[in-house]
Design a protein around this ligand. Structure first.
Ligand code: SF4
Length: 417
């Protein structure tokens, strides 16, 4: 189990961030905030997908003017993302948002920052200070600053940038501390995954404010997933991070889905709905497993609400070991599938009936769990295939043949008499 770093707790509407609160998943709308209907639709879609908090951009006064109406029509806490114009922050606070995000790179006039702090303090609203690499580093004197400050982290691969980000953060937070304001969340995003790891690690040693993790401008989902999940997963596994946003140049719904999945696989959030594991298939496969997995995935999302672990395996050769711990499992063979529920064989059906039969068993198992007659994960799928050759005509036969001709070194499963 991951030991999380101790942080102060802040309250964003009805969601807690930091301390022992579950790590919150955030996303941001991609449309205009002043398009009230579109913005509400997007926020509610993200909330339905599992977003705990949604951020909206407020570049113009017409955006902050729309906030009041938007807030009436959504239930998830809303963060106003403010750049350049401190007045937008004041207007957003007035409209009733639940948190403000400020960028020290473009709102740094002391009086202006103080007025935002005071407005938030009066309404008990937290402020996220985002020292993102792209906007924090002064472009004009970047080279000089990098040289001067690099010595502070000379043993770090990103010494100069890290020094600038942390120095800026310290200077900025001093304004908050002087006004006795501590409801702060910090972010330090970069496009460089290694800098993200280093920046948050260093910041976590210096401040006890909750940290908002993210990789900025991660790109399209195809490559952005790896770019985001590597640093965020590394930090989370080290106990660092209290809320996160994965950002893609794509529908933000994927940000929520992937953010949640990352927390699920690390055991940092309790999964909602079924968990599907499946084999990648190989030359032993004798059913259309890729199609089956897609169909099972879709049906589980529609019909299963409990975190039942379901395994879809292409054959009985490695399948049983690989899906150990699944509540419900299917092992495919020669155009057939054998279904197990917590170690007990319950069906042997032709390929065209696998989906229906598997789903029926999942629903039956869910009903039993809800009635208190079964427990999730209670009995491991610890299956020794009953007769993989006779019953399924599975890939076992191929391996056996290969072995006889000296073509395979695969260890065969123990076969019951
Ligand atoms: S050995 Fe069987 S379970 Fe493993 S990848 Fe191949 S088909 Fe799937």
């Amino acid at each position: 189990m991951i030991q999380r770093r101790k942080t102060r707790q802040v309250k964003v509407g009805n969601v807690l961030i930091g301390g022992d609160a579950p790590i919150a998943v955030q996303s941001m709308t991609s449309g205009y905030t002043h398009d009230i209907d579109g913005c509400v639709r997007e926020i509610n879609k993200l909330a339905a997908a599992g977003a705990d908090i949604v951020r909206v951009a407020v570049p113009e006064k017409k955006d902050t003017l729309a906030l009041k109406e938007i807030l009436k029509q959504v239930s998830v806490p809303i963060v106003a993302d403010v750049h350049f114009h401190f007045q937008r922050a004041l207007e957003a606070v007035e409209a009733g948002v639940h948190k403000i995000r400020l960028n020290p790179g473009n709102i740094n006039d002391r009086k202006q920052v103080e007025s935002v702090i005071d407005a938030c303090k009066e309404r008990k609203l937290p402020i996220r200070v985002g020292v993102n690499e792209g906007s924090i580093v002064e472009r004009k004197d970047k080279q000089r600053r990098m040289k001067e400050l690099g010595a502070v982290f000379s043993d770090n691969r990103h010494g100069h940038l890290l020094a600038i980000m942390i120095t800026k953060l310290e200077e900025y937070l001093d304004i908050f501390y002087e006004r006795d304001f501590y409801d702060i969340v910090i972010s330090a995003k970069s496009i460089d995954p290694l800098l993200v790891i280093d920046a948050y690690t260093e910041i976590s040693k210096r401040f006890d404010h909750p940290l908002h993790l993210g990789v900025t401008h991660a790109g399209p989902k195809e490559t952005g997933t790896i770019r985001s999940v590597v640093p965020l997963g590394t930090l989370l596994a080290n106990g660092i991070g209290d809320t996160l946003r994965i950002s893609y140049a794509n529908d933000p719904i994927y940000e929520v889905q992937d953010g949640l999945e990352l927390l699920y696989v690390l055991g940092l959030r309790t999964r909602k709905g079924a968990e599907l594991i499946a084999c990648p298939t190989c030359g032993r496969i004798q059913v259309d497993l890729f199609t089956l997995v897609q169909q099972v995935n879709r049906k589980l999302k529609e019909e299963i609400t409990l975190p039942i672990k379901v395994a879809v395996m292409g054959c009985v050769v490695n399948g049983p070991g690989e899906c150990e711990g699944a509540d419900v499992a299917i092992f495919a063979g020669d155009k057939r599938g054998i279904i197990y529920v917590q170690g007990e064989k319950v069906a042997n059906v032709p390929e065209e009936q696998i989906l229906e039969a598997l789903l029926a068993e999942c629903k039956k198992f869910q009903t039993k769990v809800l009635a208190g007659q079964a427990k999730l994960g209670e009995k491991l799928v610890d299956i020794i295939p009953p007769d993989p050759i006779g019953e399924l005509g599975s890939g076992y036969a191929k391996i056996q043949a290969a072995k006889e001709t000296g073509g395979s070194t695969v260890t065969l499963p123990v076969v019951q008499a």
